[in-house]
Ligand binder design. Sequence first.
Ligand SMILES: Nc1nc2c(ncn2[C@@H]2O[C@H](COP(=O)(O)OP(=O)(O)OP(=O)(O)O)[C@@H](O)[C@H]2O)c(=O)[nH]1
Ligand SMILES: [Mg+2]
Length: 293
Amino acid sequence: MKHRCGTVALVGRPNTGKSSLLNKLVGEKLSIVSPRPQTTRHLVTGILTRPECQYIFVDAPGNPPQLKSVLHKSLNRRVGEAASQADIVLFVLEALRFGPEDKAALARIPEGQRVIAVVNKVDTVKRAADLIPFLERLSKTRDFSALIPLSARTGRNLPELLRVVAEALPEGPATYPEDQLTDKDERFFAAEMLREKLFLTLGEELPYRCEVVIDSFKEEGRLRRIEASILVERDSQKAIVLGTGGERLKVMATAARKDLERLFQGKVYLGVWVKVRRAWTDDARVLRQLGYE
Ligand SMILES: Nc1nc2c(ncn2[C@@H]2O[C@H](COP(=O)(O)OP(=O)(O)OP(=O)(O)O)[C@@H](O)[C@H]2O)c(=O)[nH]1
Ligand SMILES: [Mg+2]
């Protein structure tokens, strides 16, 4: 059998489980996950190397349902790029749910691109018989290469997905060394793990008003010394992120540090500040500094 290698983009409306799926496929928590929509803001690459195939998965942000800010427009553009550049696209949706936001996300995948419908969260389906008519209706909405019901949570049917994807990838040697998991650097993960805690801890709109920047990242022997800032848009938001006596920030920073120690397999010092940066989600200059185009 010939060796295969290629890129596989994960797209879909927010909250369908794209990041969870990427993590489960590569066996490492690379992409942050939360119960809230629009958690992912970057293209996160996760590489799975098998003897016969190297899969380069690219987890994309969920297509924002409304383009309310410069940030949203930038995210949407990135999803489009990821979808058009990939060898194959996984359109991720939730079992028994195919609504207007899913349709809009599907419509943004360029015509002619090969698409597999990944029907995630089948562990939530109570009556298995309901799935068949759903898959039938779904199959009429686009010429999918395959429809695969699975669960990123339990791992059910993931081997089938890998088999079908491998068949669709071009023949060729591996692009990355076999032990490489991602193309993102440690700074990126430091910012993301902290941002995840904001999504898991803060209520309402606040996580969407926050961004994390890494001010410095130093390796001192086996210790990684990281200084980070959380950007918010208003003083009142800063007070909420800090919590009484800075207690909330401390809990979030500790949780992020533990994730990073696991990921980096070494000791981490994580110092975090909160700074007010007005209207950063609409400030093209600030967004560029943050790594969005
Ligand atoms: N029951 C169940 N829940 C799942 C499954 N996969 C993901 N979830 C949950 O769905 C929620 C959203 O998961 P994410 O992986 O962050 O979804 P996403 O598509 O990356 O979301 P965005 O980045 O916002 O577009 C989280 O609460 C996950 O735990 C699954 O297979 N079964
Ligand atoms: Mg995500």
